[in-house]
Design a protein around this ligand. Structure first.
Ligand code: NAP
Length: 312
């Protein structure tokens, strides 16, 4: 009988306990699920982890074979010196579909200027202001991993001209794929709608800054469902105020919850959503966790292993 420690967010235990129990059963894994304090650390075989949970010192968990993150982004644990076990991040269908829906919804809202039309019910017949077709709109997606590639594919399927950018070269049907520092400039030039779906690493910090914003066409729209650290906030606000950028739709922030006094809340050209672009759904996430435990016990390689040196 394995011991699986739930070190996720305490308030989500009520949902995760039945979901994990059911998923472990379905995967044929015999395990008891425990909360911190309910089992000796050295008896724990696997750790289900979230950065909003109670665990920051992994050293006592000497027998643990893996730390299984419920979050896709692992920046808050990847550099933890006490973590010597393999670290797996969350990749799951619920997360992916959520991100595709959030990105597609906001891209279409910006493309069709839904906010403008909501505010234009003033009796004036502006029939010369139809939106261009998607085929006439350039969208660039920075980050072509699990989430970025899914979003880019859906946008291309709607007819948008889609360019994607990643660290290593990628080939995706219907998408102009660029990579590396040299590909970034070309990816930004002409990007009328820019979507940031990159992880938070030292290399991606402040990727969108005054210099890179200046490469975007005037009036470009920025969507950030990646991480708050990707954006130099002062540069973004200055560009919005100067009209260099048209709008920003931001889901993630350097400080979360976003402080009530932060200028993003009141800015007329900023849409704030509270880190809800892609939530981890307990039922599907539990299946991913259970499958990784099954693999660990069968001697198969873990899925979604984080490259500690790369940071994601
Ligand atoms: P992923 O599969 O690891 O993909 C990351 C992508 O970013 C890859 O294409 C990678 O390039 C690229 N990349 C990383 N560092 C780069 C660099 N320095 N230069 C250029 N490209 C770089 O991650 P994912 O599952 O798609 O998730 C992406 C991020 O979304 C997560 O890290 C998290 O921060 C965020 N997220 C947000 C929410 C939300 O609710 N807002 C939910 C889930 C995730 P390679 O292809 O070459 O590796």
């Amino acid at each position: 009988m394995l011991t699986v420690l739930y070190a996720g967010e305490a308030g989500e235990w009520g949902e995760y306990a039945p979901a994990l129990t059911q998923a472990l059963d379905a995967a044929g894994v015999k395990a008891r699920l425990v909360l911190p304090g309910a089992a000796a650390p050295e008896s724990v075989d696997y750790i289900v982890y979230a950065p909003t949970g109670p665990l920051s010192d992994f050293a006592p968990y000497s027998r643990a074979k893996a730390v299984l993150s419920l979050w896709a982004g692992v920046e808050r644990v990847v550099g933890n010196q006490t973590l010597t076990q393999p670290l797996c991040r969350m990749v799951d269908e619920g997360l992916e579909r959520g991100m595709v829906e959030w990105v597609t919804g906001h891209v279409l809202a910006q493309h069709l200027r839904l906010d403008f039309w909501r505010g234009a019910q003033d009796g004036q017949w502006r029939n010369d202001q139809a939106a261009p077709l998607a085929a006439e709109r350039q969208v660039t997606v920075l980050g072509l991993g699990v989430l970025g590639a899914a979003c880019a594919g859906t946008l291309a399927g709607l007819g948008f001209r889609v360019t994607g950018w990643s660290r290593s070269p990628r080939a995706l049907a219907g998408i102009t794929c660029l990579s590396g520092p040299e590909g970034l400039q070309a990816a930004l030039r002409g990007a009328e709608i820019l979507v940031l779906i990159l992880p938070n690493t030292p290399e991606t910090e402040n990727l969108l800054n005054a210099e890179t914003i200046a490469l975007l066409p005037k009036g470009a729209v920025v969507l950030n469902p990646g991480r708050g650290t990707l954006i130099d906030e002062a540069a973004l606000l200055a560009a919005l105020d100067a009209g260099a950028l048209g709008h920003a739709v931001l889901d993630v922030f350097r400080q979360e919850p976003l402080p009530a006094a932060h200028p993003f809340w009141a800015h007329p050209q900023v849409t704030v959503t509270p880190h809800i672009a892609a939530a981890t759904r307990p039922s599907s996430a539990a299946r991913v966790v259970a499958e990784n435990i099954r693999r660990g016990e069968a001697g198969a390689p873990f899925l979604h292993l984080v490259d500690r040196a790369r940071g994601y």
